[in-house]
Design a protein around this ligand. Structure first.
Ligand SMILES: [Fe+2]
Ligand SMILES: [Fe+2]
Length: 176
């Protein structure tokens, strides 16, 4: 026996017609929408900062002919950009506005932008940033619980990839 009460069809149909201007946000949406939007925008800032940091590391590593690290950095930069797109898309679905203002990025991001001078420093800083993202996304997933399954799934997919990124950086670091 589940304690979830199912809504009858008539009520579902009636509710769906009310507030159609809210698009994907229906009356059954039980999460704190403003709080979810805030978390999504902070995560968007985190991803964008990670794109910039990995891009910097990619070009610097290419310059010192560290080709294995460079290709990892580039792959990660592209994947962080995909994460940013998924978060921005969800923000709009929830009736919010994605914040791409460069002035707000470092303020809102959980992970830091560290330029890094040596290859070892770059890889270490990337590993640290991934570990920050992993912890913050895990907490966000726990916070969302079953209140917004779609947003939670987006964070779960991103989290899985950040764990792969951390693993990649950890492997690289061992070879340096
Ligand atoms: Fe990411
Ligand atoms: Fe990552």
């Amino acid at each position: 026996m589940s304690n979830v009460e199912l809504t009858d069809v008539q009520t579902l149909r009636k509710r769906a017609r009310e507030h159609v201007e809210q698009g994907a946000v229906t009356e059954g949406y039980h999460a704190d929408r403003q709080e979810i939007l805030r978390l999504l925008n902070e995560s968007l800032a985190t991803e964008l900062v990670c794109v910039l940091r990995y891009k910097r590391h990619y070009f610097m590593a290419s310059g010192i002919k560290a080709s294995v690290a460079a290709s990892e950095f580039l792959e990660h930069a592209n994947q962080e950009a995909e994460h940013a797109d998924k978060l921005a898309e969800r923000i709009v679905q929830l009736g919010g506005e994605p914040d791409f203002n460069p002035d707000n990025l470092t303020k809102n991001s959980h992970a830091q932008y560290v330029a890094g001078s040596s290859l070892k420093e770059m890889v270490l800083e990337d590993l640290v940033a991934e570990r920050i993202a992993i912890d913050s996304y895990r907490e966000i997933i726990q916070y969302i619980g079953d209140k917004d399954p779609t947003t939670r799934r987006i964070f779960e997919d991103i989290l899985a990839q950040e764990e792969e990124h951390a693993d990649d950086m950890s492997d690289l670091l061992q070879g340096l």
